[in-house]
Design a protein around this ligand. Structure first.
Ligand code: AMP
Length: 191
């Protein structure tokens, strides 16, 4: 990707339901843009695996497909965004997931003298999400848990589409395509 694209300190949020492919695309785009991809789900799974006190608190919530509380997530994200590697931008994957989290994020960035540049919504039909998820083998990928995660997404996270659209930050991409076909849509946004 062109040097000027890398020079900009992009502050990006990837928004979309579980299984929409945003994690895969985040790992590609972070290389293009030279910014860290911050996946809160990965951070929490690492905490569970390491048996930290955070891990103990979130283990049961994650297994049930529910959302970890906004206050706990605020601590996790503020701590992570305070690290030096985010000074040149970042890509958030899986945060915010509620309107309250979006407000928290806005507060953290304002205190740092920063603002989000863009929020990318990955659109994928629900039937595709369920069949994709059933093809994966993660502890929280049982069908009842998948359906619960999708229900939680619709109820708690989908309002963020309006939230960011009102702030003129939202771009949509068609996530119901192969990995190779989704990446160019993203590169057009950040090229
Ligand atoms: P993910 O890998 O992004 O699908 O996240 C896996 C699980 O981690 C979610 O189902 C939630 O239980 C928890 N989690 C991750 N990010 C958040 C967040 N921003 N707010 C609340 N819970 C989260």
């Amino acid at each position: 990707m062109a040097a000027e694209a890398r020079a900009k300190a992009w502050r990006i949020v990837f928004l979309g339901p579980p299984g929409c492919g945003k994690g895969t695309q985040a790992s590609i785009l972070k290389e293009d843009l030279g910014i860290p991809a911050i996946a809160t789900g990965d951070m929490l799974r690492e905490a569970v695996a390491a048996g930290t006190s955070l891990g103990d608190k979130v283990k049961g919530i994650m297994a049930a497909g529910d959302l970890v509380g906004d206050d706990l997530m605020a601590e996790v994200v503020e701590d992570r965004l305070g690290r030096d590697d985010t000074a040149g931008g970042f890509l958030l994957d899986g945060y915010p997931r509620t309107v309250s989290q979006a407000e928290t994020l806005e507060g953290i960035l304002t205190r740092q003298g920063q603002a989000l540049d863009r929020v990318v919504l990955f659109r994928v039909p629900e039937a595709v999400l369920v069949s994709r998820a059933l093809g994966r083998k993660r502890a929280d990928d049982r069908e009842d848990v998948i359906r619960e995660r999708l229900r939680v997404y619709r109820e708690k996270t989908e309002p963020l589409v309006e939230y960011y659209s009102k702030r003129s930050l939202l771009d949509e991409i068609d996530g119901d395509r192969s990995i190779e076909d989704v990446t160019p849509q993203l590169r057009r946004l950040f090229g």
